[in-house]
Design a protein around this ligand. Structure first.
Ligand code: URA
Length: 260
């Protein structure tokens, strides 16, 4: 076992202990990496849209068209951030304190895509800064990654009112921004955090059955490997699933190291 694996192992043990697990069921075996082709994120995606879902209103459609225009005009991350900062995202921006754009190192090879800012993030203006974010940071530290090694955003960049899940229309409205964000950050590997992000970015449904299976996202003609994982907030509620999350983290660690 080389030193970096030892270090990752030691951090993982710390992580498990801190989470109250007495005997971490950690395997030293390298995880298998399977590759499956996901639908391009830009393509039509099948999500859990209920049969009664209303079609977008005219103003929603206008907002979607504006989002597309603004995203395609952005030449770099700072232009994208400023376009989104002044974008009228309807209910989302009416109720949020600010647009929560990103955190971490935009040059990092790993990009993490979460769901939507929570209340802490709405105040801080950066994604994953509250309790869930601290937990995510510890998960990543367990494979030797600090915030210079990753770049984080969300599929929706405004805190939804009351912390509810973003609607399909809100996700559709924000998708051009997300796609441009990924294109401009140009990561080598993506971590898709949670089922809502997975459904927003691919035609896959269900994080329980899809976690840990590598996908290939076609982002504006560039194929990027992406691993769906449990959302850290879900793991905080379901600590018994951390064994699977640890396998996925090791798989991410291995793939990330290959991009060096
Ligand atoms: N959960 C997310 O998905 N994103 C955040 O930024 C915070 C919590």
């Amino acid at each position: 076992m080389d030193n970096s694996v030892h270090a990752a192992f030691a951090s993982a043990l710390e992580w498990w202990e801190a989470m109250g697990v007495e005997t971490p069921p950690v395997s030293t075996a390298k995880p298998k990496v399977r590759t499956a082709k996901a639908k391009a994120p830009q393509s039509t995606v099948t999500r859990t849209q209920s049969a009664q879902a209303k079609p977008p209103s005219t103003s929603d459609k206008e907002r979607m068209a504006t989002a597309k225009k603004l995203a395609s005009a952005a030449k770099d991350l700072s232009a994208l951030k400023s376009a989104m900062g002044s974008f009228d995202a309807g209910t989302l921006s009416d109720n949020a304190s600010q647009c929560v754009f990103s955190r971490g190192n935009p040059q990092a090879r790993l990009m993490i895509i979460g769901e939507a800012p929570g209340r802490d993030e709405d105040i801080a203006g950066e994604p994953f800064t509250g309790r869930t974010g601290k937990f995510l940071d510890r998960m990543l530290a367990a494979i030797g990654l600090t915030d210079k090694d990753f770049y984080i955003t969300n599929i929706v960049n405004w805190h939804p009112p009351g912390g509810r899940k973003p609607t399909d229309d809100e996700i559709d409205m924000c998708r051009p921004f997300l796609m441009k964000h990924i294109e401009l950050a140009a990561p080598d590997v993506i971590l898709i955090a949670g089922g809502v992000s997975l459904g927003a970015m691919t035609d896959l449904n269900g994080i329980m059955k899809n976690r840990g299976t590598w996908q290939t996202l076609d982002v504006n003609g560039r194929d990027i490997p992406a691993i769906p994982m449990y959302h850290p907030a879900f793991l905080l509620r379901r600590p018994e699933l951390k064994k699977e999350a640890w396998r996925d983290l090791l798989s991410l660690h291995e793939r990330h190291a290959q991009t060096d």
